[in-house]
Design a protein around this ligand. Structure first.
Ligand SMILES: *Cc1c(COP(=O)(O)O)cnc(C)c1O
Length: 374
């Protein structure tokens, strides 16, 4: 099957004793059994489900659906993108281990890696992943993992996954990549031999801004470990949220295609506008397009605050990937806790906004921005 067919039919390959056209919601905390022998069947691997914290058909569907599109053996759904990242990291790292991560990380991921992992005994170094030397210099004898994002936030740097895997392979390290911004429709990091891929399914996987969820994918061995972490730490996803994210996932390729096409047109229109100093929009990301996020830096003549009052139906939202076009202010939200010098070193300026392009008609999106800029 090609991507779009596989995308819309991912649930049809699942076991189907059900007759409902859509997958029913197993809104239950546990599963019941005929007798104790029947219950023993779970521990013998004859039954899939016992207790929803340890697995539920709706959350498993999400893990399997994303794994399938990523080209991974297995996937585990979790309560959020951050808990997926934690489960992925803990499936390869323990106290005493060291992680080398890119410095231009999503803000929440930075907090998890910089503040929480050290308390668990896992140390992290943040370096510029554009420099092979910096990565290699940061690796110590305790290093177990290289961590990056396929497309970074908010400057949309596209990671050299092959280069990253090469360094890891030469030092016997695992690799992990956050593929939230790209989605498997654009980039499939496992094809470059990345070991673990994570998603904030809150974003494009769910796609409708109505659920907080995460997914981690990889080989059977790593995902068995990740599932163990999720069960033991209690960071499982609820059945209803799993079902909602699956409903969103079915239209991933349609949404992404439209959003990428719109973003390409918007980026072009903004590049031609005198009020804009620079437009960050990557090229050659994939055969389908270059993503649906456009980041712009305003000239000194324009106040971002003034601009934000003139956006008509475009909402100001500190997230991304919804069906509706929205904007956010990285310096005031995702990168707020970062010292100004560090922000500037990364290139995140105070005159920068990040646009998450939706599925509206491109002409209407462009018209609102043009009017607000004028
Ligand atoms: C939102 C986001 C996360 C965190 O996901 P949550 O679902 O909010 O926990 C991680 N990485 C990236 C790139 C994100 O955009």
């Amino acid at each position: 099957m090609r991507f779009q067919t596989k995308n819309v039919h991912f649930q049809h390959k699942m076991d189907s004793t059900e007759v409902s056209k859509t997958k029913p919601i197993f809104q239950t905390s546990a599963f019941s059994f005929e007798n104790f022998d029947d219950m023993e069947g779970f521990f013998e691997g004859k039954k899939n489900y016992l207790y929803s914290r340890m697995g539920n058909p709706n959350t498993d569907d999400l893990g399997k659906g994303v794994a399938d599109l990523e080209g991974a053996e297995a996937g585990v759904a979790t309560s959020s993108g951050l808990s997926a990242i934690l489960a992925g990291i803990l499936s390869v790292a323990k106290a005493g281990d060291h992680v080398v991560a890119t410095q231009d990380l999503y803000g929440g991921t930075y907090q998890l890696l910089a503040r929480e992992l050290p308390d668990l005994g896992i140390s992290v170094s943040f370096v510029n992943f554009e420099s092979r030397e910096e990565i290699e210099e940061a690796i110590t004898e305790n290093t177990v993992l290289l961590y990056s994002e396929s497309v970074t936030n908010p400057l949309l740097r596209v990671e050299d996954l092959t280069g990253m895997v090469k360094i890891a392979a030469s030092q016997n390290l695992k690799t992990m990549v956050d593929n939230t911004f790209a989605t498997p429709y654009l980039i499939r990091p496992h094809e470059a031999s990345v070991d673990i891929v994570v998603h904030s399914a809150t974003k494009y996987i769910g796609g409708h801004s109505d659920v907080t969820a995460g997914v981690v994918t990889g080989n059977f061995d790593l995902m068995t470990k990740a599932q163990g972490k999720v069960s033991n730490l209690g960071s499982n996803l609820g059945p209803m949220d799993g079902w909602l994210a699956c409903r969103g996932l079915k239209t991933l390729s349609l949404r992404m295609q439209k959003q990428c096409d719109n973003a390409q047109e918007l980026a072009k229109a903004l590049k031609e506008n005198d009020m804009i100093k620079s437009v960050h929009y990557p090229t050659a990301v994939s055969q389908h397009g270059n993503g649906a996020i456009v980041t712009v830096d305003f000239t000194d003549e324009l106040s971002v605050h003034e601009f934000s009052k003139r956006l008509e139906w475009i909402k100001i939202v500190p997230t991304l990937a919804g069906l509706e076009t929205s904007i956010t202010y990285p310096a005031g939200t995702s990168h707020r806790s970062m010292p100004k010098e560090m922000r500037e070193k990364l290139g995140v300026t105070d005159s920068m906004i990040r646009i998450s392009v939706g599925i509206e008609d491109a002409e209407d999106i462009i018209a609102v921005f043009k009017k607000a800029l004028s």
